[in-house]
Design a protein around this ligand. Sequence first.
Ligand code: SAM
Ligand code: SF4
Length: 344
Amino acid sequence: MDMEQPLPEAPATPAMIDPHGRAVTYLRVSVTDRCDFRCVYCMSEHMNFLPKKDLLTLEELDRVCSAFVAKGVRKLRLTGGEPLVRRDVMTLIRSLGRHLETGALDELTLTTNGSQLARHADDLFAAGVRRVNVSIDTLNEDLFQQITRWGRLPQVLEGVAAAKRAGLQVKINTVALKGVNEAEIPSLVEWAHGEGHGLTLIETMPLGDIDEDRTDQYLPLSQVRRSLAERWTLDELDERTGGPARYVKVRETGGKLGFITPLTHNFCESCNRVRLTCTGTLYMCLGQDDAADLRAPLRASDTDDLLNNAIEEAIGRKPKGHDFIIDREHNRPAVSRHMSLTGG
Ligand code: SAM
Ligand code: SF4
């Protein structure tokens, strides 16, 4: 061995490594299953929400998130349901911001429908948040209302504008829906890139019972990408986030365009994430039912020993991958829980 060779610097916190050799560095947390919208692909119009007593308190959410950060998680994403409709959620966000200050955490971010963004944008920035994902499937007000059932586009656009003014980088998430917003995708990209926002297209995933037929909504992004490539030059970017997204730069607009294709491409081999629900259930894979209860060990003791053991045991069970399929024969959810519970 060459003794002159400097040893690689040991990371401040050792990462959690799952049985398939993947470091788990990203925690997504659904802070509530409730939402002020009822998007057709996500929820049925008459959802039964969890009783409030089953939810982790904000202090408990902070404790679990902090335990994960101590174990090597570098990125936290708050989602839902709609994270910004959880009462006092800013208290949690401000508190989690302390891990950015110590350098234990690289990023604290959230995925939001944007409805409450206008009043929270400055506070988010002050808490250390630098980027937010905002979901917008159409720029047509009527269609927006049809898709979200209860949403109002101008309110969301005002939220996006406020985020930009506050200094937050915005990425737009758009679920590609066959025959619904399909024709509008190029103009959505043009708008987002013109405003300086990236845009990521998402394929519909079979999660939870909804009121509609999922095969009617499913639009393979491979098809969308082919048609966009006829219009624009798409330069492949190397960027990998350890998730299902692949990115290109649109040469003509200069903006970034992402494709999240869990169904047409398998992304599991590089998966770096786990998901916590608002009741303290940890899902090791978005597409599998296996889960670990962290609420019981959390509540059983004031110290984190039991919680830490439960986290380690759960990471030791992270499955290799998912098996989503949407076709005529499999027109049922691959997993029974809704995206709003697990967090998108
Ligand atoms: N309410 C927030 C929002 O809409 O951004 C955060 C939660 S939402 C569940 C997160 C993301 O998941 C959104 O971009 C939404 O469009 C997407 N989503 C919801 N249900 C989906 C499904 N069945 N398939 C694919 N994406 C879905
Ligand atoms: Fe709410 Fe987001 Fe689901 Fe739409 S996608 S219903 S905004 S949680």
